[in-house]
Design a protein around this ligand. Structure first.
Ligand SMILES: Cc1ncc(COP(=O)(O)O)c(C=O)c1O
Length: 461
């Protein structure tokens, strides 16, 4: 099609309030990153120009969500906003019972405590940091059953989030179904680069688990984004709505943990949703210990209202097309500069392949961490490490896990930045790529015992 006849699409919203952001000098950024121990989590946000640390809790809420905040019913018990949230979860995801929590990891905590016994194993399609930690704290151990392609940044497999059924079968054969409280299935797998799983694969997982009476629990954090890829790539789904696909995904599973801070377009919130009444009872008993009464969990009434509205907005086709479209735009722009990234471009961010970017650095000098710091130094763009630091140490050997994927995540908040911001980001990454041979690694000088990536400190080598 000629350039003249091209039909562009654009964001299905207009901007009615703006938040100024600060530009900094290179000298200011050098001081800031040094003070932050070369860890972008420890930067002050006011020292950041374009903040692509995470898409978690960083979305812009809609006018309807803000209006909903004014309708917060802040009663201790039985807030009307809880019932709106419960109705939205039932209508959109189809799960029967809802336990509100302050964010996703609180739902993971409760689920882990009520289902996992010491010695249990938890198969899943790649680990997520907080999910695995809560499984381990409850005495379980995580086993990765994602397809091999997910660990290869260059594999173009359209559903790199798929489960390898032979791997799952092998875990069942080795440990027995009695040792597997549930199989954890994430949609739009974060640590793999926002890679979707197909409904055909999920249905096969369901079938296998049915044969052994094993539950399937869904990490639904980015289910709408996964649904978009299914509509786009999986035969037979092009004419289905995002709502229908989301529902079909959830229907294959027995419940979900949810960080509402992503798909559901809120700054805080989450829930555990279940179909099994006995399990729900146990979760309800547990939530009062750690979060609050079962009709608010860790949330204010106004926050539950914003989640309820955000869940509906998350399945709007124009919204999700623009959301994933912006990620694709940035990814293609970065690729045009020859920068190695995880392909296919994922749902919520562009993941730079730090091993290919910095082949001269050993993984134990933390190339992805060093690269994230360099990008910040170049332009004030904040990214996040998702590699050897995030993977942590093997509890048995005490050694760094040295995962195959050593990535820097440029994560795009929803409805926050413009295409021009994406251009600036891509140009900065390209600039750092041109200077890549001069980049040295980092030494970890402070290492927290858990989830070390959040607070670890480094020094340049
Ligand atoms: C896939 C996935 N699961 C769970 C979580 C944990 O959620 P939260 O940060 O709300 O505790 C996150 C968020 O980072 C996530 O991306």
């Amino acid at each position: 099609m000629s350039e003249k006849r091209r039909r562009s699409w654009a964001e299905p919203f207009k901007i009615k309030m703006v938040e100024p952001i600060k530009m900094t000098t290179r000298a200011e950024r050098e001081a800031a990153i040094r003070e932050a121990g070369y860890n972008t989590f420890l930067l002050k946000s006011e020292d950041v120009y374009i903040d692509l640390l995470t898409d978690s809790g960083t979305s812009a809420m809609s006018d309807r969500q803000w209006a909903g905040m004014m309708l917060g019913d802040e009663s201790y018990a039985g807030s009307r906003n809880f019932y709106h949230l419960e109705a939205a979860v039932r209508e959109i995801y189809g799960y029967k019972y809802v336990v509100p929590t302050h964010q996703g990891r609180a739902a993971e905590h409760i689920l882990s405590q009520i289902t996992i016994k010491p010695g249990d194993v938890l198969p899943g399609n790649m680990y997520f940091t907080t999910t695995r930690l809560h499984q381990e704290l409850a005495g379980g151990s995580f086993v990765d059953v994602i397809i091999d392609e997910a660990h290869d940044p260059a594999s173009e497999h359209p559903f790199k989030g798929n489960v390898d059924l032979r791997k799952l079968q092998a875990v069942i054969d080795e440990h027995g179904a009695g040792k597997i409280p549930y199989v954890c299935i994430a949609t739009a797998v974060n640590m793999a680069g926002g890679q979707p799983l197909s409904l055909a694969n999920l249905k096969a997982v369901r079938e296998l688990c049915n044969r052994y009476g094993i539950r399937v629990i869904h990490d639904a954090t980015r289910v709408a984004e996964n649904a978009y890829f299914i509509k786009d790539r999986e035969p037979g789904y092009a004419r289905k709505t995002i709502a229908e696909i989301v529902r079909e995904i959830c229907d294959q599973t027995d419940g979900c943990t949810m960080s509402a801070k992503k798909d559901a377009l809120v700054n805080i919130g989450g829930f555990l949703a279940l179909n099994d009444e006995a399990l729900f009872d146990a979760a309800r008993n547990m939530v009062v210990v750690y979060e609050g009464l079962h009709t608010y969990g860790g949330m204010a009434g106004r926050d539950m209202e914003a989640v309820a509205i955000g869940l509906h907005e998350s399945i709007d086709y124009e919204h999700i097309k623009a959301r994933v479209g912006q990620v694709l735009y940035l990814g293609r722009k970065v690729q045009e500069f020859g920068v190695p990234i995880v392909v296919p471009i994922g749902s919520h961010g562009v993941f730079l392949d730090a091993k290919a970017f910095l082949p001269h650095l050993d993984q134990d000098v933390y190339p992805a961490q060093a690269l994230a710091a360099e990008i910040y130094l170049d332009s004030g763009v904040r990214a996040m490490e998702r590699g050897n630091v995030s993977a942590g140490r093997d509890p048995q050997t005490g050694r760094n896990r040295r995962p195959n994927l050593e990535l820097v995540r440029l994560t795009i908040p929803r409805r926050v930045y413009t295409q021009a911001h994406m251009d600036v980001v891509a140009e900065s990454v390209a600039e750092v790529y041109d200077q890549r041979t001069a980049i040295k690694g980092l030494k970890m000088v402070y290492e927290p015992a858990q989830l070390r990536f959040f607070q670890a400190r480094f020094e340049p080598l």
